[in-house]
Write a protein that binds this ligand. Structure first.
Ligand code: AGP
Length: 611
């Protein structure tokens, strides 16, 4: 995934482009570049490394003069991160510059065709093929807009494109397919960006482009065309985030800020959806008949969003007394899934742009299933292609390792389960009302856990110098252990496994040796005794056990383990909502002690819009 920005207006473009890219660095940060059109020519500066390297190279953008330009921060897909593969890419004529987010799947075929026509390529990227194609068509027809339409008609794959041409020094051209791109309407100029955080300092008046649309931005305004090249008007969105919502707010890292934001985020996600003790999903269009008529339920997602689904499986099967199949999107899309008319596929995604998840959505939809998505980014592609979307309202999540989005996704999924259980008549009133009360109590209980962060920081020392850490649990604790393990791996680079406690003895326990750190999750009361016996098993092999349990079981657990983290007691289905908070903090403090780059871990990006 990469970040794109564009600006056209009265001011010098380069400093604005650099500022916008700075807010998109979490989308990819192995190289960056800008292109500015001035005095009838295109000036390009690009370099491997973080955005600061580009800013240093261009003296804060002062070296490039002109009031129109595009910029890019990269997460490499084709071609290693270096100065040549960095975007923007120029056409052979040097008169066209392109920035791109996505993958051109037929780029090699097109590259060979262009080479046969005498084109040479400087980079290994798929994006340079777009620049040369534009050059080829433009040389042939003399009309750049037509050259652009010819180009997008021949390329396959996913792309968000920002393009400038020196022959049109007052315009930026933009188009998208399967990758996000939005337009910003400012008082001193107009903007292009991959997401809102790049623009919010300049404008709150936003339009989200849809697949196949083209836009021409000038200082005077923005013209948008549909895939039939007909001029069109689109709905404007007013973004009401505070600017610092996308800033660190005084915290050392975005991740810590977002961990600490969870009580507020849970309130935002649930308050409007609980009225007088009842779950109210006014943003859900499904009728009670449609809900009762659901044939089969699927939850499809990637990464941490998939882990939300794993918790959801246990909770929704209890509430609805029917099977819930949880699938990794990257597997679902190629598995010839047995899904169709009458099935409900719940798609979970923070970014709403994860390509595997989008592809799984389209596969399910093509087979006749109804799509309900739980998404954080408003107006994202997944949201707009779903039959229903329940937003998590978590606000921008900048850290690559998700925290508040995971928690709010889970809260919304729990609300959905209660709502469905009520409509289907499969959830008894006591369970329903206790769960609703429990959800309302979550923010305060989370605050209590967050207040104990110093204890968790101390306990983190148990794992800092180890190469392998195990997370074990049963039922909901197993589902939660998946997320605890991923958080640790993502940001501390320590190898970790999440394992069903009961399965450990069937092989993996051979890896437990003297001093191996084991995080034993024992919050789920019905299986607490089983959890205790698993603790004994790993201790017998020398394992060092840090247990996570509830306050009511803390004393019993403390007698057996090396250390205990206790969370407040709550309804069983809500235990992961509280249990995840100490696990997030544990991962954070371990990574901090190991000196890792917490907000931008190596090899990762915030939203994976490639296969
Ligand atoms: C979570 O910490 C990771 N950043 C990653 O697993 C993420 O959850 C996954 O890529 C799915 O992203 P999405 O929720 O935006 O679809």
């Amino acid at each position: 995934m990469c970040g794109i920005v564009g600006f056209v207006g009265q001011e010098q473009a380069a400093p604005i482009l650099l500022d916008g890219l700075r807010r998109l660095e979490y989308r990819g940060y192995d190289s960056a570049g800008i292109a500015v059109c001035g005095d009838g020519a295109i000036q390009v500066s690009k370099t491997r490394g973080r955005l600061q390297a580009l800013s240093d190279l261009t003296h804060g953008g002062a070296d490039l003069t002109g009031s129109l330009g595009i910029g890019h921060t990269r997460w490499a897909t084709h071609g290693e991160p270096n100065d040549i593969n960095a975007h923007p890419h120029l056409s052979r004529s040097g008169r066209i510059a392109v920035v791109h987010n996505g993958i051109i799947e037929n780029y090699m075929e097109l590259k060979l065709q262009l080479m046969e026509k005498g084109y040479t390529f400087r980079s290994e990227t798929d994006t340079e093929v777009v620049a040369q194609l534009l050059d080829y068509y433009y040389a042939g027809c003399g009309d750049f807009f037509e050259a652009l339409t010819c180009t997008i008609n021949i390329v396959d794959g996913a792309y968000a494109l920002g393009i400038i041409c020196a022959d049109y020094p007052d315009r930026i051209f933009a188009t998208r397919k399967d990758a996000p791109l939005l337009l910003g309407y400012g008082k001193d100029g107009n903007y292009l960006a991959s997401d809102v955080t790049a623009l919010i300092r300049y404008t709150r008046d936003i339009v989200y482009m849809d697949d196949g649309e083209l836009a021409i931005l000038s200082d005077k305004g923005i013209r948008i065309y549909d895939r039939m090249l007909r001029p069109m008007d689109k709905e404007h969105h007013h973004i009401d985030w505070e600017i610092d919502a996308a800033e660190k707010g005084g915290f050392a890292h975005f991740m810590l800020k977002e961990i600490m934001e969870q009580p507020r985020a849970i309130r935002e996600a649930t308050a409007a959806r609980i009225q007088d003790g009842r779950v109210v999903l006014s943003d859900l269009t499904m009728t009670p008949e449609q809900i009762r008529g659901i044939r089969k339920l699927y939850i499809v997602a990637c990464g941490s969003s998939y882990h939300v689904g794993m918790v959801g499986k246990y909770n929704l099967e209890k509430l609805l007394r029917r099977n819930v199949e949880v699938c990794l999107a990257s597997e679902f899309r190629y598995s010839d899934p047995v899904v169709g008319e009458g099935d409900l596929v719940i798609i979970i995604s923070q970014s709403g742009e994860t390509l595997d998840t989008m592809a799984a959505l389209r596969e399910a939809k093509k087979r006749g299933a109804r799509i309900l998505s739980i998404v954080n980014v408003v107006g994202s592609s997944i949201a707009r292609e779903s039959d229903d979307v329940l937003y998590t309202w978590a606000g921008p999540e900048i850290a690559v390792a998700t925290t508040k989005a995971y928690s709010t996704q889970m809260a919304v999924l729990n609300l959905l389960g209660l709502y469905f259980g009520d409509v289907m008549g499969t959830t008894d009133y006591e369970t329903y009302s206790n769960a609703v009360k429990g959800i309302l109590a979550l923010p305060e209980q989370m605050e209590k856990i967050l207040a104990a962060h110093d204890q968790i920081r101390e306990l983190a020392q148990m794992c800092v110098d180890h190469d392998d850490v195990f997370f074990i649990g049963r039922n909901l604790d197993y589902a939660l252990s998946l997320e605890g393990s991923l958080k640790l791996k993502e940001i501390s680079y320590i190898h970790s496994e999440a394992y069903p406690s009961g399965e450990l003895k069937h092989g993996t326990i051979s890896l437990i040796e003297e001093g191996t750190p084991v995080i034993a999750l024992g919050t789920y009361a019905p299986l607490f005794d089983k959890a205790m016996s698993n603790v004994v098993e790993v201790q017998a092999r020398g394992g060092q056990v840090l247990a996570l349990t509830t306050e009511s079981h803390a004393a019993a657990m403390s007698e057996r383990v090396d250390a205990v983290i206790a969370i407040p007691d709550t309804e069983p289905m809500l235990l992961p909502q509280l249990g995840v908070v100490p696990l997030q903090m544990l991962a954070y403090y371990i990574a901090l002690a190991r000196g890792c780059d917490i907000d931008k871990p190596r090899n990762l990006a915030k939203s994976v819009t490639v296969e």
